[in-house]
Design a protein around this ligand. Structure first.
Ligand SMILES: Nc1ncnc2c1ncn2[C@@H]1O[C@H](COP(=O)(O)OP(=O)(O)OP(=O)(O)O)[C@@H](O)[C@H]1O
Ligand SMILES: [Mg+2]
Length: 488
């Protein structure tokens, strides 16, 4: 964080200071007292099991200069009514105090973290870059990430998530992005939003927040995302994996309902494209990256064709930040998966391949992962261990059945078995059974250990297993145990 005195912190947050006004916070802002360090600020929050306020003295003992607190603590403190809101105010102050900082935001229903990690690895080639660790993208993680920026930071790459209207607009007020990418509009959190049009309204808040001298990076292959062109004052850059899309499509009829009048002046959209996409045996994509200034070859280390649009969005953002096409292509080819449990592909000593995609699941990401499974298992046997896709509301049984049907129809003989973990995932099996030509096995199991048991009886060298479910199901343990199994 930029150095701030306790007096400034009290002023910015509207809080009540008890402590030396001139003392400076020069270190990290943390919400876990065990991570507090010299010169830092400890924000006390009520946790599930314990209350941060009880650790105020512990944080100060290891060097924290001040505690941001909602009730009096026996330590130097700034007392505020709402600690997360105070963190947001501090973050907004810091972002505003760094006018040279280049801020890029990424949103979408699936692929935000993957794209954020790719974009950060590209931006690092240009200079010091701050990006959240993992999926730190909500009301708390967002300000904490922004607070890590200081005068040396050149690029700030943010993942913006929404569970309802106004969330992304709120995050954009804290750190106003100049560049914003929207990846896709899908069924994630459908239960909370009420439908895809509401999801699109919420995701589009990112492009509404962009300034006229910024750029909105839009997925031309997703009509709901492309339609967001009418909601921004920013220049529009699109990306596409569609070989049939004209190179610079001129939309003579821009999407209607535009709150902004600026669309006509944008002219044809510049498009960043991937041509000649090929997947290797492990589902890693190679393609030719095309931009108006030229082309360059890319070979991703990430698994799954769905990482191609993510890479294109990252390329478009990095291009806006000033990286040249050759460096973008090199950077994409060097980039690794920084966040865990997203398409981690491992091969056991006995020749069984495990795809650990257990970080999260929604209808689109399950389809993407199943397509990758189908590719890895083609000509052989694939097993899909799928748990509940959460937060789908009333549509949950239908969405699970659709995913099961997709698995059986698209993978066909490459899907030897579909294993549904837990009662909420059971409609997956009904969906798969709706495909009369599919001959695979359907198995319902109560939990992860039971899934491991049925797999142990079936797996043979050469088989491929996909493990995926929503975060709450925590199936990553199943993937880890599967990998250990071969050593036993
Ligand atoms: N472009 C994409 N289209 C569909 N599925 C994708 C895409 N990118 C990633 N995925 C799938 O979504 C899962 C989650 O990816 P990632 O963590 O990057 O998304 P996210 O949008 O950050 O998710 P969250 O909302 O949980 O933060 C991955 O495991 C992968 O299976
Ligand atoms: Mg994420």
């Amino acid at each position: 964080m930029i150095p701030l005195s306790l007096a400034q912190i009290a002023q910015v947050t509207g809080g009540q200071l008890s402590g030396p006004p001139e003392a400076l916070v020069t270190g990290e802002v943390v919400i876990d007292s065990r991570r507090a360090g010299p010169g830092g600020l400890f924000a006390a929050l009520p946790g599930e099991r314990s209350d941060g306020h009880d650790f105020a003295t512990a944080a100060v003992a290891v060097g924290a200069v001040v505690v941001l607190a909602a009730r009096p603590v026996p330590a130097p403190s700034v007392l505020v009514p709402d600690v997360p809101a105070a963190l947001a105010a501090l973050a907004a102050f810091v972002a505003d105090a760094l006018p040279a900082l280049r801020i890029a935001g990424i949103t979408g229903s699936s692929g935000k973290t993957s794209t954020k990690d790719l974009t950060a690895q590209l931006a690092e080639r240009l200079g010091p870059t701050v990006a959240p660790a993992g999926s730190y993208n909500n009301e708390l993680g967002h300000p904490l990430t922004v607070l890590r920026a200081d005068a040396a930071t050149q690029n700030l790459i943010l993942e913006l998530s929404a569970r309802g209207a106004g969330h992304i607009a709120y995050l954009c007020r804290i750190a106003p992005p100049r560049y914003g990418a929207v990846l896709n509009v899908g069924h994630a959190h459908e239960g909370e939003f009420g439908g895809l049009d509401q999801v699109a309204r919420a995701k589009g808040e990112l492009v509404e927040a962009l300034p006229a001298d910024g750029a909105a990076i839009l997925n031309a292959d997703d009509p709901r995302v492309l339609a967001m062109a009418s909601r921004t004052a920013a220049r529009i850059v699109t990306f596409s994996t569609d070989p049939d899309l004209p190179h610079s499509p001129h939309l003579s009829h821009p999407p209607s309902g535009a709150p902004h009048q600026s669309q006509a002046s944008h002219g044809p959209y510049l498009t960043i494209r991937a041509a000649d996409i090929r997947l290797d045996d492990l589902g890693r994509a190679s393609f030719t990256l095309l931009a108006p200034e030229g082309s360059a070859p890319v070979t991703l280390r990430l698994h799954g064709a769905h990482n191609v649009p993510n890479a294109l969005a990252a390329a478009a953002l990095a291009r806006e930040l000033g990286l040249g096409l050759a460096d973008i292509a090199d950077g994409l080819s060097d980039a690794v998966a920084r966040s865990r449990w997203r398409m981690e592909v491992s091969r056991r000593a006995d020749g069984v391949t495990v795809i650990n995609d257990a970080y999260n699941a929604n209808p689109e990401s399950v389809r993407a992962a199943l397509e990758a499974l189908g590719h890895l298992a083609r000509g052989g046997r694939g097993f899909a261990v799928l748990g509940h896709m959460a937060e789908l509301g009333d549509t949950s049984p239908t969405r699970h059945a659709e995913a099961g049907e997709f698995a059986a129809r698209v993978l066909g003989p490459a899907l030897a078995g579909l294993i549904a973990v837990g009662p909420e995932a059971a409609p997956l099996l009904d969906g798969a059974r709706r495909v009369p030509s599919w001959r695979g096995e359907t198995l319902g199991v109560p939990d992860g250990p039971a899934a491991l048991a049925v797999l142990a009886d079936r797996l043979k060298p050469g088989d491929v297993v996909l493990v995926k479910a929503s975060r709450a199901v925590r199936l990553e343990g199943v993937a880890a145990d599967l990998l250990l199994e071969a050593d036993r």
